[in-house]
Ligand binder design. Structure first.
Ligand SMILES: [Zn+2]
Length: 208
């Protein structure tokens, strides 16, 4: 059985067995996708529309959304252990949200960025990913005067922290999109990214 058909089977199994909490969370993620992730799912009229029209022809038929792909589990503790509020498993297209964080919008958005970034990577369109970085940077630089410094500070931490090295990826695209979501949701800058604090270790959780 190849990986894709295995994932389809896992999705169908999840769909048949999802709990009411997971059903509700899945619905919420659909809403967030439409409201906040039009750029990463290449919706008509989104960020790249002005940059390169052919991108839409090129990606015609490629689906980057959560429908029929993402499995969402509400758990008491993430499978990998640690004091995480949520995790995204790239190999299995699986998101875990810890029950007590089920209403934490920033946690859900954080894990969704991982999902959409992974979708862009999986579809082997590095150029789209790179253009999104440029466009997000240009957009945000008008809203955040010290964006360049923030980005470099983030990458410094990203490069040198043992924690980041061995946990989820929080690279340039992730960071820029997290700032975009902070602004759009009215959060203080850094909330959605959390600088990886949710994924660091038991002592430093996002709650602290
Ligand atoms: Zn993360």
């Amino acid at each position: 059985m190849n990986v894709k058909s295995n994932l389809n089977e896992l999705y169908n199994e999840w769909w048949d067995n999802r709990t009411p909490e997971e059903f509700a969370l899945h619905g919420l993620c659909y809403e967030y996708e439409a409201e906040y992730f039009e750029d990463m799912t290449l919706q008509e009229g989104s960020l790249l529309n002005d940059v390169i029209e052919t991108v839409y022809d090129y990606t015609d038929g490629i689906f980057l959304g959560i429908d029929n792909v993402l499995r969402i589990y509400v758990v008491d503790k993430c499978e990998e252990g640690g004091n995480y509020s949520g995790r995204y498993n790239t190999e299995e297209h699986k998101m875990e949200i810890v029950r007590k964080h089920i209403d934490d919008k920033a946690t859900i958005l954080h894990e969704l960025i991982h999902f959409y970034e992974h979708q862009l990577e999986e579809d082997e369109n590095p150029i789209i990913r790179e253009l999104l970085i440029v466009e997000l940077y240009n957009k945000l630089s008008k809203q955040i005067p010290d964006l360049r410094q923030r980005l470099f500070d983030h990458c410094e931490l990203y490069s040198h922290s043992e924690t980041f090295r061995y946990s989820g990826e929080h690279g340039v695209l992730f960071y820029l999109k997290s700032l975009d979501l902070d602004i759009r949701c009215g959060f203080p800058l850094g909330t959605v990214c959390g600088y990886g604090r949710d994924e660091m270790n038991n002592e430093i959780s996002k709650e602290n």
